[in-house]
Ligand binder design. Structure first.
Ligand SMILES: NC(=O)c1ccc[n+]([C@@H]2O[C@H](COP(=O)([O-])OP(=O)(O)OC[C@H]3O[C@@H](n4cnc5c(N)ncnc54)[C@H](O)[C@@H]3O)[C@@H](O)[C@H]2O)c1
Ligand SMILES: [Zn+2]
Ligand SMILES: [Zn+2]
Length: 350
């Protein structure tokens, strides 16, 4: 069978590899679609070295159908649609002992720390698998992981009905947060970015979304004027590494300044730079800062939402390439971020 193998940094090859055996206690999955994540882009460039060991079959966002059941597996049938949760926590470290699995000190992901799903078949234990109803298209299954990150952020921030929201960053994560918060509140959502094409997606798919290009407009002034000077209930930071430009406002600072007294800021961005926060501004508002890392059981929530048509995964899909063009997918995302959110890879063709 074939797999998209990162043979050296910046180079994915569509290689013949040994087919996985369906071991006792495992489920063999025929992968239908995979999806390129921002972390995959970093891995591709070698920025996760030495955590990633080459050659590596990438891919932690993917889905498929059950092809074979290993000895002793019950509760699954050949042909079932399946979404693997790529996260493996140790269960033993202090965070795991507290039940706070996303903070596991030896958290591992398939497709990063070990071979992943950008291949025609993969064998995994049922403990990592979620069953997906037949009415969810195969393409959308590969987006469950990233949508779960949006839902986890929504849950960490405790978004309530009628909350007003700011999402700083209209990239992959920001747009997933938008989808997640819209399942709870229909009130105004401000979404801020510097790329008009990305901002347009939010307003195209959802009502009551105010898109702000921070290069063209003073985002804080706009939020203030649209909320009668109050600010929003919850602000999400989903930029990470922020591009600098004249009069740029740091996204974390922007979030703190956007909230109303008693509001919340939820940080997801993994930028390496410190944020120039003056805590007095947050203390005066007695605001809360929470962070959100990966997901924790939100696969089930996302699958339920997809089943009932309450998310818009199609809004995230920019293009679909055959698995053999995985390298092209990475190059496209690198060279043309404004016109590409999620690139899907089709591994379903024999
Ligand atoms: N906490 C988690 O669980 C988690 C999971 C995945 C990704 N992340 C992190 O979240 C961040 C966003 O990830 P992504 O995949 O959406 O990235 P992305 O590149 O798709 O999105 C980031 C967006 O921020 C915009 N941006 C850049 N500078 C800006 C500025 N000064 N002002 C406003 N907008 C600006 C970019 O134009 C882009 O659209 C990254 O740091 C990533 O590492 C966190
Ligand atoms: Zn991912
Ligand atoms: Zn642990």
């Amino acid at each position: 069978m074939k797999a998209a193998v990162l043979t050296r940094y910046n180079k994915v090859e569509w290689n013949e590899v040994e087919s996985p055996k369906c071991k006792p206690g495992e489920v063999l999955i025929k992968v239908s679609y995979g999806c390129i994540c921002g972390s995959d882009q970093h891995i591709h460039k070698g920025e996760f070295h030495p955590r990633t060991q080459l050659p590596l079959i990438m891919g932690h966002e993917f889905g498929g159908t059950v092809a074979e059941l290993g000895e002793g597996v019950s509760g699954w049938e050949v042909g079932d649609k399946v979404a693997p949760d790529p996260i493996i926590w140790c269960g033993k470290c202090p965070a795991c002992q507290k039940g706070h699995y996303p903070a596991c000190t030896s958290l591992k992901l398939i497709g990063i720390d070990m071979d992943g799903g950008f291949q025609e078949y993969i064998s995994l234990p049922p403990s990592m698998l979620y069953k997906v109803p037949k009415n969810v298209p195969d393409e959308h299954i590969s987006l469950i992981e990233v949508l779960s990150i949006g839902c986890h952020a929504k849950n960490r921030a405790g978004v309530k009905e009628n909350d007003t929201i700011v999402i700083w960053g209209a990239g992959k994560i920001g747009l997933c947060i938008l989808q997640a918060v819209r399942t709870v509140t229909n009130n105004t959502v401000f979404i801020i970015d510097i790329l008009d094409e990305r901002l347009a997606i939010g307003s195209k798919y959802y009502d009551n979304v105010i898109a702000i290009n921070a290069k063209k407009e003073d985002a804080l002034e706009r939020i203030k004027s649209e909320t009668d000077g109050k600010g929003v209930d919850i602000a999400f930071e989903a930029v990470g590494h922020a591009e600098d430009f004249e009069n740029a406002i740091n996204p974390v600072v922007g979030c703190i300044r956007s909230i109303v007294g008693g509001g919340k800021v939820c940080i997801l961005g993994l930028g390496a730079e410190p944020a120039p926060v003056v805590f007095k501004e947050l203390i005066w508002k007695e605001g809360t800062i929470v962070t959100s890392r990966v997901s924790h059981g939100e696969f089930a929530e996302v699958i339920e939402l997809l089943k009932h048509g309450r998310l818009k995964p199609e809004a995230l899909i920019s293009q679909i390439l055959p698995g053999e063009q995985t390298q092209k997918g990475f190059e496209t995302l690198e060279n043309n971020p404004s016109e590409n959110i999620k690139i899907l890879l089709d591994f379903s063709k024999d």
